[in-house]
Design a protein around this ligand. Structure first.
Ligand code: CP
Ligand code: NVA
Length: 319
């Protein structure tokens, strides 16, 4: 019989693993997630891996790929998800993130969130008792970088033998690519207008990681310098979600110099491939003759979001 007078003792046996950026994950763990994602892609998904698991998906900004890819991976692995925009939650009426984190931890096994502020994401992770996954903030987009590196791996084989050039806004996508490159020892170059270059604190941390990983990190102002000899040329939107008010100024600063077009790609290797996290704005950060050409890996990247999500959930839950 159930003894109701006996107190329930909660034991914290393991530290909860979060994935808010690449600071708390090591090279071997990143590579094992990518390897698992490639296996899911090749051999299909184990249908029972997430049976009985429920994942909360919270979105403060729009999303197509991240939302569909995560939901699809969860369904393929036998789990379930609850998707809510923050406008439908008490968060929109001022409920603290602390209470949201603690309450959701009682209902779900993982919290995936796309939030405007990375500080709020860190608070969510601080108070959550279940893993938190950053599905994009103003500073990081780490799940995107996992899929991108998987895509590079599929094409190049050896991650340490290629040069990845990023041209454009030194934003969330660029930061996460720099972090994963720094952890894995990759060669990455970045070219941005000076007013939109990578944050100094993020860069200096990545440069410190590079000392042990042997990553090669280059920062340029001139796109031709960044792209010279590159195997992969990556760009992202010039106006990220939340920066719409700066649109006119950004267009003046980025176009035409930082647009990825055939002329810029002529500095890269003849075998160069084009990458973009999407959504793409043809005629702004990339010309249609690049975006819609056989050089483009964008749909492969988008597909790999799903495979890397499945593998990430497996890693975070230890299943
Ligand atoms: N790349 C990416 O995160 O796409 P969504 O904004 O559509 O999720
Ligand atoms: N830098 C873009 C990425 C979109 C997936 C943004 O934050 O809007």
């Amino acid at each position: 019989m159930l003894n109701l007078s006996r107190p329930i003792i909660y034991l914290s046996v393991m530290q909860v693993k979060h994935f808010t950026d690449f600071r708390s994950i090591g090279k071997e763990e990143i590579l094992s997630i990518i390897e698992m994602a490639e296996e899911f892609k090749r051999r299909g998904y184990p249908r029972d891996l997430l049976r009985g698991r429920c994942i909360a998906m919270i979105f403060e900004k729009p999303s197509t790929r991240t939302r569909f890819a995560f939901n699809s991976a969860i369904a393929k692995l036998g789990g379930s998800s609850i998707n809510l925009s923050t406008t439908e939650m008490q968060l929109s009426r001022g409920e603290p993130i602390l209470d949201t984190a603690k309450v959701l931890s009682r209902y779900v096994d993982v919290i995936v969130a796309r939030l405007y502020s990375h500080r709020t994401m860190e608070e969510l992770a601080k108070y959550s008792e279940v893993p938190v996954v950053n599905a994009l903030t103003d500073v990081h987009h780490p799940t995107q970088a996992l899929a991108d590196v998987m895509t590079i791996h599929e094409h190049a084989g050896d991650l340490n033998a290629v040069k990845l050039a990023y041209v454009g806004d030194g934003n969330n996508v660029c930061n996460s690519l720099l972090q994963i490159a720094g952890k894995l020892g990759m060669h990455m170059s970045v070219a941005s207008p000076p007013a939109y270059s990578v944050r100094e604190d993020i860069l200096s941390e990545v440069v410190a990681w590079a000392k042990t990983s042997n990553a090669k990190i280059e920062i340029h102002e001139d796109p031709g310098d960044a792209v010279r000899g590159a195997d992969f040329v990556y760009t992202d939107v010039f106006v990220s979600m939340g920066s719409e008010a700066e649109r006119e100024r950004r267009m003046r600063e980025f176009i035409p110099r930082y647009q990825v077009n055939r002329t810029l790609l002529s500095y890269a290797k003849p075998t160069v491939k084009f990458m973009h996290c999407m959504p793409m704005y043809r005629g702004e950060e990339v010309t249609p003759d690049v975006a819609d050409s056989p050089l483009s890996l964008v749909y492969e990247q988008a597909e790999n979001r799903m495979h890397t999500f499945g593998a990430l959930l497996r890693y975070l839950l230890g299943v």
